[in-house]
Design a binder for this molecule. Sequence first.
Ligand code: URA
Length: 443
Amino acid sequence: MIVPRLIERKRDGAELTADEWTELINAYAQNRVPDYQMSALLMACYFSGLSTTEMTALTEAMLLSGSRFDLSHLKQARIDKHSMGGVGDKTSLILAPLISCLGIAVPMISGRGLGHTGGTLDKLESIPGFRTGLSIKDSIAQIDRIGCAMVGQTAEIAPADKKIYALRDATSTVEVVQLIAASIMSKKLAESLTGLVLDVKGGSGSFLPDLKRELVLAQAMISLGVAHNCPVVALITAMDRPLGFACGNSIEVAECIDAMHGKGPEDLMTVTYALGAEMLILGGVADTHVSAHAMMKEAISSGKAAAKFEEIIHAQHGDARVVQDTDRLPQAKLQAAYKAPRSGFITRVEPRAIGHGIIALGGGRTTMEDVVDPSVGFHITAKPGMEVRAGDVIATVFAWDQGGADIGLSVLERAIAIGDKPEPFLPIISHRITTAGVEVLPS
Ligand code: URA
């Protein structure tokens, strides 16, 4: 293999063979290809894209660069859910306990905050003591015991993806549909799932704010799942405003705990139940969306979902008392109310501005080494279409000091727009994509 020739061919729009991808990824994982050559190849991919054969070979090579969860001894279905990332996007924290308490094994590998989006691992780690760095062996033992583990990508899982993803992040080559699909699926397929549900975010706060590319991405991941005997269902959900009210780490955990006690915001519960219903149907536990919704509502009202969350937190060394008392989560020193500057209708709550605002408050990262303040963020009750009066409190900043509170208030001023009349916004769930095709859902 002569790497400059591969780069040259990709640069000129040709396809590499499956064998060439396999050899290249193996060599890169073993440090036999330097970063500068891989960066050049990734940039060529950015401009030329990848064929389905190339994407499949890349996924396979990244998957085989590491170990897999062997969960084949389990009798129950093994289903995970993956989100493309957003602001206030916290459904994983509710779904892992909710679905595992209904008899499905949930081996959930999540990520950290990326760009303006939050990460499930950062949220979980705001629970005092919670450990996300479990080995595959410990994760399997925990899934055997309690049906769920919520962990990060360790060096054992798709290490070639870990290395390539860091390079893509540093070289502005993340936004390639086939590279995203291969990256996500190489990790998800390592979980030896019997089904996967994808939450593909649409709208201005999504990584791919273009419906056509969102559909292509969903279909690419579905085809990779099919090739590995793992059925995949994708929903396109709105990320043109934050999901739920809480945006930040510990305040999102508190909102999820409220949701498990039956007090979740309506939009958050709509998306959570829709994704959960797909998980239950894929897992063979429910026959219809209606019965799946009823099962999930019962698991919440009976306290089963909250009890399972306590069990997961306890198993991962966290302080499970937070489930009964969210004041035990890290608390910001200051809260500052943001009042509507005029009367009218909320026309925009811009997720990117809010996500970057959380980072400015110290609740996210600009480099992987940054330490996250788990307590800061925003609680935003304003939603597009809502009518407000001047002086109404429509959001709250959670900050560490007055400087942070002032930054937060100015972020809200820029992120929230109020107009004379309501403006259109995305339906909360717009499309359902399966191997059968794309279904436009009624709004
Ligand atoms: N998340 C991933 O794991 N990989 C990508 O390429 C994008 C988002």
